[in-house]
Design a protein around this ligand. Structure first.
Ligand SMILES: [Zn+2]
Length: 257
């Protein structure tokens, strides 16, 4: 045991906490005119997405995948990055979102359902029906440099799943995505944002490096990242308010931890 004078100083508390990671949540990018056509509020038009990307860029922010954001933060290079996520794996990611992301030098994470390739969002009873990417489409997204994460196999509420089903949704989807893209996915996204301590522990045990939630409360952490839902109505003013709300919430969480 070295003398006190030889030991390293006690852990230094940074004078200023780094800003918490900001992760935005999208689903579908498609044309629509009447909000009644989008009862779950999961669609933004290409025009709205482009305005939102321009707003981010005007604030000195660049949208990247969650994996890239977390790696950059770990290396102390996270300033100016915000993560963009698209849930469910709709075909309109390829046709509408990807060209805009490229135009504005951004990238994203797409959370897909390898148990529902090439079908549609049957879990949303009110519709509208939106087509999901095929295996080929997912490979195309991956080849375009976007991160592919798992959203499970079938879009089930995992808090209601048996242990066997939970394992299948987590491990089975991860294995299928590796077969499909050649890369083991590092990220998971909880369907409906539903999670509990058992689901979070199983996700970590399945080997995922991170997982996205929506508002995970006390479970917040690398396997329950809070996200900000971005809607068609979000212009610069509302995005600014959402960014502030996120910062306040995360700082409060850090204080209570
Ligand atoms: Zn979903």
């Amino acid at each position: 045991m070295p003398a006190d004078t030889d030991t390293a100083p006690a852990a230094v508390v940074p004078a200023r906490r780094t800003a918490p990671p900001w992760v935005l949540m999208y689903h579908s990018v498609a044309e629509f005119t009447d909000p009644a056509e989008d009862p779950y509020g999961i669609t933004v038009t290409p025009r709205a997405l482009e305005a939102q990307l321009l707003w981010l860029r005007s604030r000195g922010l660049r949208g990247v995948s969650v994996g890239e954001l977390l790696r950059a933060r770990a290396a102390g290079r996270g300033a100016g990055l915000v993560a963009l996520t698209f849930d469910d794996g709709y075909t309109d990611f390829l046709t509408h979102a990807l060209p805009l992301l490229r135009r504005h030098d951004c990238s994203a994470t797409l959370f897909v359902l390898p148990g529902r390739l090439g079908v549609d969002n049957v879990w949303d009873p009110l519709g509208p029906r939106k087509s999901l990417l095929t295996a080929e489409g997912i490979r195309e997204v991956a080849a375009a440099g976007q991160e592919i994460g798992s959203h499970g196999l079938l879009h089930q509420d995992l808090t209601a799943a048996t242990d066997d089903v939970l394992r299948q949704e987590l491990n089975g989807s991860r294995d299928l995505l590796r077969e499909l893209t050649g890369t083991l996915p590092d990220g998971f996204c909880y369907p409906y944002g539903h999670l509990d301590a058992r689901v979070v522990a199983a996700t970590r045990a399945a080997g995922y490096g991170y997982a996205c939630a929506i508002d995970p409360g006390r479970l917040a952490g690398p396997h329950a990242l809070p996200r900000t839902h971005v809607s068609q109505a979000d212009g610069g003013f509302r995005l600014r308010a959402k960014r502030l709300r996120h910062r306040v919430r995360e700082l409060r969480r850090a204080v209570h931890r």
